[in-house]
Each structure stands twice: as structure tokens, then as C-alpha cells.
Design a protein around this ligand. Structure first.
Ligand code: URA
Length: 234
């Protein structure tokens, strides 16, 4: 069955309003076999770095959050090593302090899943859960991982804003919701109100490449979170 945003929201908010806990959000198993290229890379990484996580990275944060942040895919030496999205790589050094600044995280961020950092009203996931070679998932991998994104969105009854970090996650979110990409063009700091009232926010990805080239500055990233914070708390 094609799952659209309309029926996923309706289902989960009905359960929520009736006091029934939302559907548990399905996470890929440690040896998820869906993408042959990513499985081969995982095996290679398990041999080279046996102490690393080297598996699909689960989402971080409560499913009662109003904000869902969707990254691209785990970084090799970041989430793929530490097991927590954006933890231990350059992108996390911009993302987590920004979340703290705007009240979406408390505690210390110390690049480790046991640093005690908590997300507040916010959850983080990735469009693709396994690390891809050269940080570049291919279309088939994005499609194969989409059922997990569908589950994320369906399992968050209080969701109000989805933040896409980059164009790949923007496109995958729209396909997840059964919406046409052409109707919602990606643009940094755009806020698209979707048919059921959920807002899709866009930001350039907070990658080292984007910040080194000046495509994304800290101030530009803060602008996005300032607007998100004001909408979530309105
Ligand atoms: N780490 C993640 O978990 N996701 C990204 O998109 C980048 C780094």
C-alpha cells in the first residue's frame, strides 16, 4: 500500500488523542540486507575497524518531538563509528551546538553517545541509515531506506516541522509524503507548508564541504533554527 502523509498522520494522531501509545518506530536491523553496495562496505569496515559501530544508525531523540531533522547518511568516522547520528564528525560540531543554542538540546556534547546530551522536542534521523562510500548514497539506496523514514514520520504524533538537511533528504521526505518535488523546490531557509499543515524546512547540509566553501555559514544555519524555534514555540 502506498502510505501518504495524510493517512500516516491520521493514524498516529488518532492513537495519540485516544491515549494509545504511537506505533513503535521500526529501525533497521544490525545486518539489514537491503542494499548490496552498503552491505559490502559495512563488511569491509567491520574488518578494518572492528571496534566501530559499523551498522545502520538508529534515530536519536524522543518520538514525541515536534521537530524531526533528516540528515543524509552516517559519516564514516562519525555516526558509523559512534552509533549516534552526527556524533563524532564535523557536521555534528555545527549541528549540536546549534541545537543547544536554540533550546533543542541540553547537557554537554562530547562527540560520544554516552556524553549525556539530551534532545529536547527534537529527533534526528538520516534518509539513509548506513554509511555509503564517499558519503554518496545512490538513488536505489535512498529508495530502499525510505520505509524507515515513512515509519519515523508516522510514529511521531506531535510532529510539526521536518527539517531537511540538503536536497537528497528534501526529495526523500517529499516522496515519503507522496508529494511532488516540483511543487516544493529546495531553497536554503525555505519553509513549505504541506497539505496537512506539517512544515518542511530546508537548510543546506551542515557538512564540512558546505561550510568550507562558504555555501553555509554558521549565521545562515542559525537563521533556520531561529525560525524553527519561533514556529515550534508559537
Ligand atoms: N552524520 C549523519 O549522521 N548524517 C549526516 O547527514 C552527516 C553526518
Amino acid at each position: 500500500m502506498k502510505i501518504t502523509r495524510m493517512n500516516t498522520t491520521t493514524l498516529s494522531s488518532r492513537r495519540y488523542n485516544a491515549g494509545i501509545p504511537p506505533v513503535t518506530i521500526d529501525q533497521p536491523g544490525r545486518d539489514c540486507p537491503k542494499c548490496p553496495r552498503l552491505v559490502a562496505f559495512r563488511e569491509e569496515n567491520r574488518e578494518n575497524w572492528p571496534d566501530w559501530h559499523n551498522g545502520p544508525v538508529e534515530s536519536f531523540g524522543g518520538d514525541d518531538a515536534a521537530l524531526l531533522i533528516v540528515g543524509l547518511a552516517p559519516g564514516l568516522r562519525g555516526a558509523n563509528r559512534t552509533s549516534r547520528p552526527f556524533t563524532g564528525d564535523y557536521a555534528g560540531q555545527l549541528l549540536y551546538p546549534t541545537l543547544q543554542k536554540f533550546g533543542f538540546a541540553d547537557g554537554d556534547y562530547d562527540e560520544s553517545p554516552d556524553d549525556g546530551l539530551n534532545l529536547v522536542g527534537c529527533r534526528i534521523t538520516n534518509a539513509v541509515r548506513c554509511v555509503p562510500p564517499q558519503n554518496k548514497p545512490v538513488g536505489a539506496e535512498i529508495n530502499a531506506c525510505r520505509p524507515f523514514l515513512i515509519d519515523e514520520i508516522a510514529g511521531m504524533p506531535q510532529l510539526r516541522i521536518i527539517l531537511a538537511l540538503g536536497t537528497v533528504s528534501h526529495g526523500s521526505i517529499l516522496r515519503t509524503l507522496g508529494l511532488r518535488a516540483a511543487a516544493y523546490p529546495f531553497s536554503h531557509c525555505a519553509f513549505h507548508t504541506l497539505p496537512d499543515g506539517i512544515v518542511l524546512a530546508d537548510s543546506y547540509h551542515c557538512s564540512r564541504y558546505n561550510t568550507n566553501t562558504g555555501r553555509l555559514t554558521e549565521a545562515m544555519f542559525h537563521d533556520v533554527f531561529r525560525e524553527i524555534a519561533s514556529r515550534v514555540r508559537a
